[in-house]
Design a protein around this ligand. Structure first.
Ligand SMILES: [Zn+2]
Length: 271
């Protein structure tokens, strides 16, 4: 089994959310609740407000640097439409697209529309216009799908999607590869709540079980989704969890690849 690590960009600044969605009030409630429940330390609480005042809710540079040191290929999904708490502008997205591409990372679409083929096509074209790159891959924001979503993504011209959560090997939908993924930061740390409900040890134990399950299913690729927002001391448990999961996979001799390497491997086996 090899591992594919990827990152969804849900936020860039604090101010992008003002007057647009409820992310900021939710953040305030969540942060105070996590302190009251003893899930975060006072130091972490203060760090959260520091990031807030700095208007910095992305950690892209820091995460790319860490991945490079650990020889983990960096794969990002960035949004070009607004929806469900994803509220940054195309201008700001374009600034980061350039940065991500210039650092040699793989850049794909964090999709908003999942139910209309024309809007899906339009979103793909907008990404291409803004980034100057072909949009090869996509993951839906909030992993939203309906029964036709994968067929629509294939029709729109994507080479791969990784929205489905399942312990299954990649499979083809028309010409497109679907890469089911197994582990998301929020699933192990929030565990069904809207705030951090697990501590680091619980999150590690839960993750070990998911990795063991993937091995039991003999999966070719383990998909792990970690949000760059949490690559910060202001989300200490999340940050430490990510450090740990990368080391744990490396110690278990699990190689890191990106989607493109995986697709070549899958297609060379086929022929
Ligand atoms: Zn998202």
């Amino acid at each position: 089994m090899k591992a594919i690590i990827s990152h969804d960009i849900d936020h860039i600044t604090v101010t992008e959310h003002l007057l647009r969605d409820l992310i900021v009030p939710k953040f305030m409630v969540r942060t105070n609740l996590e302190l009251a429940l003893g899930k975060i330390s006072l130091k972490e609480y203060v760090a959260r407000w520091t990031d807030f005042l700095k208007n910095k809710w992305q950690n892209l540079d820091e995460l790319i640097t860490f991945n490079n040191v650990k020889q983990v290929p960096s794969t990002f999904f960035i949004g070009v439409k607004r929806g469900v708490g994803l509220s940054y502008s195309n201008e700001l997205a374009a600034v980061w697209m350039e940065q991500i591409i210039s650092r040699g990372c793989d850049l794909n679409v964090h999709g908003i529309n999942f139910s209309d083929v024309d809007t899906i096509k339009e979103e793909r074209e907008l990404f291409q216009k803004l980034s100057g790159r072909e949009a090869k891959g996509i993951r839906m924001h909030y992993v939203r799908t309906h029964q036709e979503t994968l067929r629509y993504l294939n029709k729109a011209g994507y080479k791969f999607d990784t929205t489905v959560h399942a312990f299954e090997d990649p499979y083809k939908v028309g010409e497109m590869w679907e890469f089911p993924f197994q582990i998301m930061d929020g699933w192990v740390i929030e565990n069904g709540k809207k705030w951090q409900s697990a501590d680091l040890n619980e999150a590690k134990e839960r993750t070990k079980k998911q990795i063991a399950k993937a091995q039991k299913h003999n999966l070719k690729y383990l998909g792990v989704d970690f949000h760059d927002r949490y690559f910060s001391r202001s989300f200490n448990t999340w940050l430490e969890w990510y450090f740990w999961v990368i080391d744990y996979l490396a110690q278990n001799k699990i190689e890191f690849v990106n989607y493109h390497t995986a697709i070549s491997e899958l297609e060379s086996v086929k022929h």
